[in-house]
Design a protein around this ligand. Structure first.
Ligand SMILES: NC(=O)c1ccc[n+]([C@@H]2O[C@H](COP(=O)([O-])OP(=O)(O)OC[C@H]3O[C@@H](n4cnc5c(N)ncnc54)[C@H](O)[C@@H]3O)[C@@H](O)[C@H]2O)c1
Length: 395
């Protein structure tokens, strides 16, 4: 970002903050002041339709760090007290997913009108369903932090696909770094978005875990591969974590052309179709995500692209990948097991006590991951098996 852009954005934020009262901006509050919270704070401030009045964290240091440039934003250790005292119209939930249901439930009971909850929505389908039900019963709008639905490159790509320019689609490929539980919902949700949210019928996945990696308090694999079969037979092949060659990209192939989209731009048939300043695109994405959320919450727009109902389907895909890994077989949707499929999966495999180092690469057509506790010479257990080819859907 250039110095001029930085000055312009800061000036805009300050002007909007000072004029929030006269413009009737919605009051926003943030729960959880960690890594992702500055994005929420600045996006609300720059939206022009909301202003952040308060933030809450159980850690005073995290709050102080987030709010050091926002002296007028009130800080609370307890988010319930914050909501009672400041009466925000909307709240952002920027805590780990284990806490999302509890905070959604409390915020809905305390009378907020809208909740923007970070992904992953939750780690079980029963929690996902309950979050939706609680908000529906309380008349609260619930959105999930799937920002790529508002990113200019992904919106452009979705438009190209919807126009039919690629012809009949034959394959989708998607890659993202990090685990299925953590970044999987981003990848899976964005693939669904590009394909106009067409339903998925079946999910198959395999995993590799050579260490005992954790992410925000729950076990995660080193890498995963999966196949989503959409209604009508189109297949999306996904690679995550160590198996992903890039941070994040999606390719869609049809009988008339192909498209690739990532955070650098959009290529159609290998030629750049859209790629301006990546930072400006990200800024536009965040502003749109938060502006549209507030407008939806306050009744100024009728719908929101990353609402909880559609986000639940993306959460379900990620959880279905773990269920497929546990069963070593494809899983039909809707996912029947609404319990803790992630821990059921990791509980079904031997988890090493200490990390043996980098995970092993794929070995031929079989992916294996070994338990380093196994005595030498004995056959080491695979922690996940490749789904049998006969089970893989036709493309
Ligand atoms: N959309 C994205 O691209 C993106 C990027 C990063 C993180 N995230 C998601 O955001 C969420 C938070 O991740 P993070 O990296 O910011 O985590 P983090 O650990 O940096 O911050 C979480 C904060 O929540 C606080 N907290 C915990 N319980 C609380 C409570 N009851 N009340 C108030 N505060 C509480 C913690 O003290 C901590 O400061 C996760 O779900 C993560 O997956 C999304």
């Amino acid at each position: 970002m250039s110095l001029l852009q930085r000055i312009q954005r800061k000036a805009r934020r300050e002007l909007l903050t000072r004029t929030a009262g006269v413009r009737g901006a919605a009051k926003a509050a943030i729960i959880g002041c960690g890594q992702i919270s500055p994005d929420h704070l600045s996006a609300f401030q720059e939206s022009g339709v909301a202003t952040v009045v308060a933030a809450s964290d159980v850690r005073a240091g995290a709050m102080a760090s987030l709010l050091r440039h926002y002296p007028t934003v009130r800080a609370f250790r307890d988010y319930r007290t914050m909501i009672n005292e400041t009466r925000p119209d909307v709240v952002s939930i920027c805590t780990w997913p284990q806490h999302h249901l509890e905070i959604v439930r409390a915020a809905a009971q305390l009378g907020v009108k809208g909740i923007l909850c970070e992904k992953p929505m939750a780690l079980t389908m029963s929690e996902v369903d309950e979050m939706i039900e609680v908000c529906r019963n309380a008349g609260v709008k619930l959105a999930i932090g799937h920002q790529y639905r508002f990113h200019p490159y992904f919106i452009h790509a979705a438009g190209v696909i919807a126009s039919g320019a690629l012809g009949k689609l034959s394959e989708v490929r998607g890659n993202i770094k990090d685990s299925v539980a953590n970044n999987g919902p981003h990848l899976l949700d964005t693939i669904r978005f590009l394909l106009a949210d067409r339903p998925v019928a079946r999910v198959a996945a395999t995993f590799e875990r050579a260490g005992n990696k954790q992410n925000r308090g729950w076990p995660v694999e080193d890498g995963a591969r999966g196949e989503l079969t959409f209604d009508g037979g189109l297949v999306a092949k996904v690679a995550l974590g160590d198996f992903s060659p890039t941070f994040f990209d999606i390719e869609v192939v049809g009988d008339k052309g192909s498209l690739k989209v990532d955070l650098e731009g959009v290529r159609v048939n290998g030629k750049v179709a859209l790629a301006h300043d990546a930072d400006a695109a990200w800024y536009a994405c965040r502003r749109a995500q938060f502006t549209e959320f507030v407008k939806w919450t306050t009744g100024k727009s009728a719908s929101y692209s990353a609402n909880a109902d559609t986000s639940a389907r993306s959460a379900e895909l990620a959880l279905a990948m773990y269920e497929s890994g546990r069963r070593a077989a494809p899983v039909e949707l809707p996912l029947a097991d609404k319990g803790d499929v992630i821990r059921e999966f990791f509980g079904s495999i031997a988890v090493p006590r200490s990390s043996p180092g980098p995970s092993r690469a794929t070995q031929g057509s079989r992916w294996t991951a070994v338990d380093p506790r196994s005595p030498p010479g004995r056959r080491r257990p695979r922690i996940s098996v490749r789904v049998r080819p006969r089970a893989l859907p036709a493309s």
